[in-house]
Design a protein around this ligand. Structure first.
Ligand SMILES: Cc1cc2nc3c(=O)[nH]c(=O)nc-3n(C[C@H](O)[C@H](O)[C@H](O)COP(=O)(O)OP(=O)(O)OC[C@H]3O[C@@H](n4cnc5c(N)ncnc54)[C@H](O)[C@@H]3O)c2cc1C
Length: 405
């Protein structure tokens, strides 16, 4: 594991800072993130700001750093991307909305796409012209994604889609969606799925926002009724959707591994504001939280070291996710303890406009569940690191149609 940046990496970091400082002011150290507005017009304005910032980055050569040069990227490593993301998070710039398109879909099209698909999608994605959502999860297919039941049937030159998706982040502001649907019911469940590129303006798509405990509504239920998709919008081949989706999910996990979070300074400042830093029990808890942040940082270094050497990410991503989940749970309880009775307030009545209640306490489950729950990560660690036996099941050999539902 390398703790120190090479001279080349340090120079790259300086280059990132120089570019970012031309476009935004540095954030104050320990400043809390702003609580997201729940008003629709504010959200649309935010999407526009993100699109504009993405365009600026693309024009200056700072978009798609890990994408190959021939597709408009810079051909750099995940380590460089991590350095840029780290620096970007310290500047007041509207980063967001394109993690799915650039971090997940782009790499999937580069590996599995036809020349026409590369031509149609890659450049617009980098320029921020297309917001994408991920239409994978269904009411009975989340952790067990391969059990999905949305149906795709070929009719002439088009696939006709019927079914329901859920927890689709940003579907209500997306231009396109990556959709998994079942195209063959007579083979085991992983082998009958296809990956579609879906224009979200196609008739038959109904997007219903789901209101969360935080007050926001960032994700949705999506109902698909006789939605028609041209044949050429299958990505990676009919019935090969599981392999295609694995490329997408591996890219998502790489994104999770490179994010380490940097919230300790904010929690410490909250403890100071409530005059709690002299309390020995609180001091111990702050020390533990700091340690947890450091653990995530060091696991992140392992993932980045692997990335910089071109080694594919292994189960350290799952370890990282479990470490982050433990920290978020502990941190959520600690901030509530620091605020005491104030912790029951909400919105403008609360300190920092309710940031701690909304984003830190209630919001902890977003990161703990999204991208694969912590229990599922523990299963991966159990099977792939500790070598424990897989859970017994017959779903890898039995045709999907014959499985109990
Ligand atoms: C913030 C956020 C954003 C999301 N965005 C998207 C998106 O854009 N697109 C999309 O398709 N999906 C999205 N999801 C959905 C996400 O992928 C699923 O919520 C996740 O995979 C879990 O599935 P589930 O909610 O159906 O829970 P379930 O799979 O039903 O799990 C319920 C509980 O059972 C546990 N469990 C399940 N299976 C096992 C097992 N084998 N062993 C031990 N415990 C188990 C789980 O850990 C959990 O505690 C998002 C979720 C969140 C929280």
């Amino acid at each position: 594991m390398d703790f120190d940046e090479t001279p080349e990496e340090a120079a790259f970091r300086a280059e990132c800072r120089a570019f970012l400082s031309q476009h935004g002011a540095p954030k104050a150290p320990g400043s809390t993130q702003v609580t997201m507005s729940t008003l629709a017009e504010d959200e649309l304005a935010h999407v526009k700001e993100c699109r504009d910032w993405q365009r600026v980055k693309a024009d200056a050569g700072w978009a798609g750093l890990t994408w190959p040069v021939e597709f408009g990227g810079r051909g750099l490593t995940g380590l460089h991307e991590g350095i840029f993301a780290e620096e970007e998070s310290t500047f007041d710039v509207p980063a967001g909305m394109f993690a799915q398109a650039i971090g997940m879909l782009g790499p999937t099209i580069i590996v599995h796409g036809t020349d026409e698909q590369k031509e149609q999608f890659l450049a617009p994605i980098l320029r921020g012209e297309q917001v994408w959502c991920q239409l994978f999860s269904e009411p009975n297919a989340g952790s067990d994604l391969a059990s999905l039941r949305t149906r795709a049937e070929l009719d002439g030159d088009e696939w006709v889609i019927n079914g329901q998706k859920v927890w689709t982040s940003s579907a209500h502001v997306s231009d396109w969606g990556m959709l998994l649907a079942r195209t063959d019911w007579d083979v085991p469940k992983h082998r009958g799925i296809s990956f579609f590129l879906l224009d979200m303006r196609t008739p038959g798509i109904e997007v219903r926002p789901l209101k969360q405990a935080t007050g926001g509504a960032e994700f949705n239920e999506v109902f698909l009724t006789d939605v028609r998709i041209p044949k050429e919008n299958v990505l990676g081949g009919v019935n090969n959707g599981w392999a295609t989706a694995m490329t997408t999910l591996t890219s998502e996990r790489a994104g999770i591994a490179s994010s380490r979070g940097d919230g300790f300074a904010g929690v410490l400042s909250l403890a100071r504001r409530y005059g709690r830093t002299g309390d020995p029990v609180i001091r111990q808890k702050l020390a533990r939280l700091h340690t947890d942040y450091e653990i995530s940082r060091f696991i992140g270094y392992r993932a980045r070291t692997a990335a910089s050497k071109g080694v594919p990410l292994g189960p350290e991503v799952s370890t990282m996710k479990v470490a982050i989940s433990n920290r978020l749970a502990f941190q959520g309880d600690l901030v509530e303890e620091l605020m005491g009775a104030d912790g029951m307030l909400w919105g403008p009545d609360a300190i920092d406009d309710g940031y701690w209640q909304t984003m830190v306490f209630t919001g902890q489950w977003m990161a703990r569940i999204g991208g694969g729950t912590e229990d599922v990560q523990r299963n991966i660690v159990g099977e792939r690191v500790l070598g424990l036996p897989r859970e017994p099941s017959n779903d890898r050999t039995t045709p999907f149609r014959d499985l109990p539902h």
